[in-house]
Design a protein around this ligand. Sequence first.
Ligand code: N01
Length: 546
Amino acid sequence: MNHTNEFVRSKQPYDAIVVGAGASGLYALYHLQKRGYNAMLIEAGDGVAGTWYWNRYPGLRVDVESVEYSYAFDDDLQQEWEWSERYAAQPELERYFNHVADRFDLRPSILLSRRVTAAQFDEASGRWNVETDRGETFDAQYCIMATGLLSAPKDVNFPGLDEFKGVTAHTARWPEEGIDFAGKKVAVIGTGSSGIQVIPIVAETAEHLTVFQRTPAFAVPLRNCVPPEGYFEEVKANYAEWRRREKYASFGGWVAVNYKPVDLTTTSALAVSEEERLALYEDRWESGGLAFYNVYPDIFGDRAANDTLAEFLREKTRTRIDDPAIADILIPNDYPVMMRRLSAETNYYETFNRDNVTLVDVRATPIQSFTPIGLQTTEQEYDFDIAIFATGFDAMSGALVRIDIRGRDGQALTDHWSDEIRTTFGMMASGFPNMFYISGPGSPAPLFQPVLFCEDQMTWLTSLFSHMKTQGKTVVDPTPEFEETWIQECDRALDVTLFNETPSWYVGGNIEGKSGRGLIYFGGIHPYREWISKCASNDYAGFALQ
Ligand code: N01
């Protein structure tokens, strides 16, 4: 038992245990401690930063501008931190979250290098018993799962993989020492945001790169750079206003377009002239990154509106690819744009113009199995020294179902979620009292940047805790009836969008047998805030207190 462990143990019994030291977990710990709760945090990694700790593949950088993808809760923090680029790369983000841990003196309350393996609710005490893979147990009134929405890699289970004699790596579990591609034959499987970021970097030094693509992605230029002189200073001088707009007047928690904060577009894509529509799309194209999330709202629900943007992006992309046959494979034409997460890229399409890069369409010629020297598709064998899996995540619920969570009467969370993900506001599950998820399944987290979203959820939670205190209550549990209301609201919100038209991680479609029901609240942040604040002002109706 190390010193830190003893120090943390000496502070028992806890009011709250936070699981996960990513953006949400660090903030949750800070928020609770600032309000006088005796809280500690447990993290599986050897360092903090969550996503930015585990995913360290070359090419990884954030695709929301750094000045926006950062905490808003402390003005001194946002004034003093200096970003070096428009979109920070992984090492800088890792430094930022480490700085936050130091600046707010969070480290003494963080236990690193142990994975939470189990948590049981004890009916008699109304408290949680949390176990780690080191055999430790901790006890707390509240258990706050900040385990990440995209943190559990999807299982990689290609037949024959055990026989492969080369090096393998998953983008989300990249070795700290890195991988040298020079003079090597490399394969990348997967062309979502992770694949799209790593592929151009690998191609620069590998002898040969073979990309195995199943579903083509819509990807737009990121346009990373050192921003024009004075830009960061101007944002900082007006941060309060930027933050207000990000939180209350944006689609996803970011507002920068061409270095200016823009308002949400509320008109229909079909209600304006083609000239006006194309001018807006050109403006977003020029800006780069995720600016396309701030176009006409009906692209999310109306296929004809969506087609206008999809076609714009297809035309732009085609001009960047030399070989029309390669372009046909790389450009999506059978699902609506934005219904898979838009990727932001740097030299991605140009990479396929290189002599040392081969694209394999594994939709047309599926991978059959790995071999000792590579892999076999239905068409031919490919050999390589290094296999990179950019195959994605068991999103939203994956990190939670990998922990043996037991609620009332020993019920397993995996049983509660066996048919579909059932949560209340994406923050709790009925029968699992006093356990809360931050950016959890059933929340709008994937549609709103998590660094800001956690502030909303933690504020709501500590208001609930205060309410409980004033009522003399110690246990909170959503009723099954209210949970059903929330699931139906999730259904309603999904049904008015086009998200179900392609089997992405948004709807559980990337994992065989996974239901998309209740996985994400597609109503987005603004209706979500209305729901949770209405519930709070209604004395938390739908939540049973005891
Ligand atoms: O994962 P993905 P990701 N055989 O699920 C393919 C965020 N993020 O890690 O779609 C062959 O998007 C799969 O093909 P298909 C961001 O929110 C952000 O790239 O199943 N292929 C797909 O092409 C993002 O959306 C950044 O047909 C297989 C790919 O692998 C989310 O994380 C950077 C396969 C997986 O794509 C996930 O992104 C990175 C198989 N058996 C990630 N299994 C930023 O820029 C899977 N694939 C901030």
